[in-house]
Each structure stands twice: as structure tokens, then as C-alpha cells.
Design a protein around this ligand. Sequence first.
Ligand SMILES: Nc1ncnc2c1ncn2[C@@H]1O[C@H](COP(=O)(O)OP(=O)(O)OP(=O)(O)O)[C@@H](O)[C@H]1O
Ligand SMILES: [Mg+2]
Length: 275
Amino acid sequence: MPLVCMSSPKGGVGKTTLTANVAHALARAGHRVVVLDLDPQNALRLHFGVALHDTAGFWTASGGDPLSAVRQTTAGPALLPHGSADMHQALQINASLASNPALLADPVRRLLADPELILLADTPPGASQAMAAILPMAALVVVILLADAASTALLPQVESGAFLGQGTLANLVASRARFVLNQVDPASRLSVSAAESVAAHLGSRLLGAVLRDPAMSEALAHQRLLLDFAPDSTAARDIRQIAQALAAALPKAPPPVAEPAPLPRLLDPASWGRP
Ligand SMILES: Nc1ncnc2c1ncn2[C@@H]1O[C@H](COP(=O)(O)OP(=O)(O)OP(=O)(O)O)[C@@H](O)[C@H]1O
Ligand SMILES: [Mg+2]
């Protein structure tokens, strides 16, 4: 299944909110979706109605298998929370991942073995060991930007992949980057003009834009998702459209191969040594 990393160089732009709501929209459209929280804030679970005192997750899973913490949500997507971590534990997780990225990459690879599922990962703001560990497996990196001057100024850095790494990896990832503009405010000339210039620059790499809508925060306050809480709102329509654009941008699973393809002629050992 394809892995989609929801990311941003800046904090507080709506990564977690959009991960939860886009995953919900994808599930409603008939896709099987898993959401994975890689941020020690452990906030993704709150969008899915998980109680504050419920601290279970990837890094706290008992029995050693982090995938045992995957749970089905009533909203549709399956959820793998980060698990609660205080500052000391979060630093320890970072250090462990720096020396052994497979701690995260291996379980994620196991999830990706199911060709029917879409895995959406919510990441911490900016650079993180967690994102570095799974980036090579990402089919798409969705970069969330705000329609403001700060995000516009970051565009060259984001476009080149520089905020995700250097050299070949950055180039590879940059080609898989897609963008979402969040919190567009039609009442603000600055917001509209920033959104217009980013949209003109990114062209088809921009999956969509989401209106700034208080219903988004209110939905979270009720531990609900926007398509349930305010299904007719403009922001809900934006979320549905972005889910559709994201699904269309994902690589399609290759059709099952009935028989192994024949070796290309030049590699057929039977033909070796013949003129
Ligand atoms: N389109 C929107 N309209 C109104 N409020 C929004 C919108 N998107 C996100 N928000 C609000 O913005 C705040 C930040 O959102 P969120 O926590 O999802 O950002 P984040 O990028 O995950 O933050 P962090 O970098 O800390 O992980 C939240 O209060 C959320 O409700
Ligand atoms: Mg977040």
C-alpha cells in the first residue's frame, strides 16, 4: 500500500488536523486507510475520539510488537497512535531511531505489505528522525503550507526537498512532493494573494486548499471529524476534494502477476554462449 507522509517545515499549520480529516474522507470514499502518528504530541488520536487518558500506542505497545497497538476507529480508518511520551522519552525515541531507523521502518514496511491499504503518517514539525526513517518508502510527501508570507518564503526550500534532506534523497523526495494550502482566509487580501501566488507557482502539484473555518477546531473540541461535524461546510468540501486529488495522485498497485514474467532474451541463461 502507498505511504503518504503529511509534513511541513513549520509547526501548527494543520498537519494533524488534515491527516485525520483527509484519512476520514478517504475511508468514506471506500478506501481502507491506516493513520500513523509519529509525533510525540500524540494528538492524532484525539480527532478519532480516543480518551485523553488512553496513552497506548506504537512506542508503548506491550509484547514488543508496535503493530499490536493498531485499533479500528468508529470513523473508519484504523489508527496507530504514537503512544504517550514525556520529553525525556521523546528524546530517547529520537536517539534510538537515529541509531536504528529499522525500529520504525520495519513495522511500517509490514503495514505496507498490504496492497489494498493507504497509510497516512502524521509527522512532527520540521526535521525528525521518525520522518527520516520512513521517507525512502513514501509514495508521496504532502507538504502543508499556510497562505501567508512565511510559508511563501519557505517555498524554495520545500520545493527543492532541502527541508527533508540533501543530495539524491532530497531530489527523489522533491519529485514526490505534493502541497496543500491550509487556513485560506477569503476576507484577508494577504491570505488570498499568498494563496493565489502559491497556486500559480505550484500548478498541478497543489492538491487543494482548505478554508480557515472555526468548525475545524470545534470538531476537534467535540472529538469528531469535520465530515461528520459540519458535512456541508466549505472546509468539508475542501477536505473531500483533497482526498480525491490525493487518491488520484497515488501510484496504483500493480495488477497481480499470475506467472513470473519471462526473462529478457539477453538474460536468458539458455542463450548464453550461442552466437
Ligand atoms: N482549516 C482550518 N481552519 C481553522 N482552524 C484550523 C484549520 N486547520 C487547522 N486548524 C487549527 O489549527 C491548529 C493547529 O492545527 P494542527 O494541530 O493540526 O497543526 P499541526 O501542524 O499538526 O501542529 P504541530 O506542528 O504542533 O504538530 C488547531 O487548533 C486546529 O484546530
Ligand atoms: Mg501535529
